[in-house]
Design a binder for this molecule. Structure first.
Ligand code: SF4
Ligand code: SF4
Length: 133
């Protein structure tokens, strides 16, 4: 398989208007791996492996392919691309995904959940602010 070319190479948040494509047009598909779009997130899902039964119902509903699966098992979220839409938390039948407000670091958020009130069974709704502060 040929290596994918980053068609947006050289374009970043500090590019001037002359440095971007006409109209901000994104040429070609499959560029998301070159950009960390997860920093748009305003909420963060937190996976609780102890509750997870690896049913994989969350994996196909993620619109950003941010739930990695390997060997038939899911891993922790890809926070470089997760948008915090909370769909995964909505579909999880086992309360294995909570959602906290803000762009929480996954480990901090997990530690916070372990050390503070449990948020399972909240249907993926944001339940408290500043979880990662
Ligand atoms: S919150 Fe949304 S984008 Fe993030 S992993 Fe869940 S379904 Fe995917
Ligand atoms: S839906 Fe819930 S229990 Fe099933 S794999 Fe995803 S996190 Fe685990």
């Amino acid at each position: 398989m040929s290596e994918k070319k980053n068609l947006m190479e050289g374009i970043g948040e500090r590019s001037s208007w002359t440095g971007i494509t006409p109209g901000g047009f994104v040429y070609g598909s499959g560029n998301s791996e070159f950009f960390n779009t997860g920093d748009w997130r305003t909420r963060t899902p937190v996976w609780k492996p102890d509750n997870c039964r690896q049913c994989l119902l969350c994996f196909p509903v993620c619109p950003d392919s941010s739930i990695p699966v390997s060997g038939g098992k899911r891993g922790d979220f890809d926070f470089g691309h997760c948008k915090g839409c909370a769909i995964c938390a909505r579909v999880c039948p086992f309360g294995a995904i909570d959602v906290v407000d803000g762009i929480a670091d996954a480990r901090e958020a997990q530690d916070g959940l372990n050390g503070r009130e449990a948020l399972s069974g909240q249907g993926g709704q944001p339940t408290r602010k500043g979880a990662a502060e």
